[in-house]
Design a protein around this ligand. Sequence first.
Ligand code: HEM
Length: 361
Amino acid sequence: MTELDRAQREHRTSEGSPDGHRLPPGPAELPVLGSTVAASRDALGFAESLTTHGDLASYSAFGEEFVAVFDPEVVETVLVSRNDAFEKGDFEMAFGDLVAPRGLAFAEGERWRRQRTALQSAFTPERIRSYADEMVAGTAAMADDWADGEVVELGDAFASLTLRVLTRALFDLDFDAERGAVVREATRAIGAIMDRFGLLSFLPEWVPTRTERRYERAMADLDALVESLIAERRGDTADRDDLLSLLVAAADADETGMEPEAVRDQLVTFLFAGHETTSTALTYACWLLAGNPEARERLDAELDAVLGGRDPAFGDLPELDYTERVVREALRLYPPVYSLYRQPRTETVLGGYRIPADTTL
Ligand code: HEM
């Protein structure tokens, strides 16, 4: 950040109107620490407080300059219409390093395009249709297991369900409880380290915290699991065309820009991206329905009218209009991925404000 930027930051006020030269307004901050304490004590509360400054708010924390973007049009500009002007950036990539840096979610440019094209064949409409069968079968089995009146911890139940569906659909595998537990523990350990992520960057690397030790152990177990999945599939002679087989074959043929080590990262990407998100979404949807009997009745009425008591199938989706609206509203109110990070490649203007190149959006 230049001296000019610093001076402007110090003089900004929430009344300042956008003129393309000014940084977005933001909270009053301590020297050096900026908003680090507030952002790490209660990340969501801090994010909510930023909305009082307008559609864009700038702050500094963890030694980085941030601009939070709340305006959907500006979000669209960054992620879609001018996406070439932005990269995932240091902050997002630091998350990537914790999980799967060579996986699709953290790839950029031509490398991303090649990987994405290679993986696309696992997501054709016919494939999605067959995944729907796994989803229905898995969900029916789970519900059959519950007794009337039983109290169920939905977060765990849905995480087991979505992990089972994901591994059956994408890897053509039945995960036993032990393998499932390795993925769940890695998910929790990464969650714990991400919660403390910014703060950890203030500690010298030679200070191992309990959270870091837990993360190291969980990732070692996960790596061993993923290695055994790859080795088992390499030794498997059956003719399979699921995502796991596709990845192993792609790495062996070296046609996709996916170096062999990247197979580990792709598998980890799908294990995490595909199960925690969907189980969080289901958990919030059910929790919201539990508190809204009217919506619950309308949902039940639609399911009765369309399905008449049978299990749903992929072809029923167009008829399940209210059901879709319930899911979308739950995703809107409690998005499982509620923050993404991008960085402008060069200084730019967003929402009428000046955004320096090294800012994390
Ligand atoms: C409610 C469920 C889900 C939500 C809310 C969600 C959310 C997201 C978001 C916001 C991104 C963009 C991240 C970024 O650009 O920085 C993303 C990317 C991704 N998601 Fe999901 N996701 C969900 C389900 C899934 C499932 C079921 C899978 C796998 C079967 C999956 C696999 C991926 C992958 C591989 C990427 C990276 C895609 C790319 O960069 O081309 N997600 N997801």
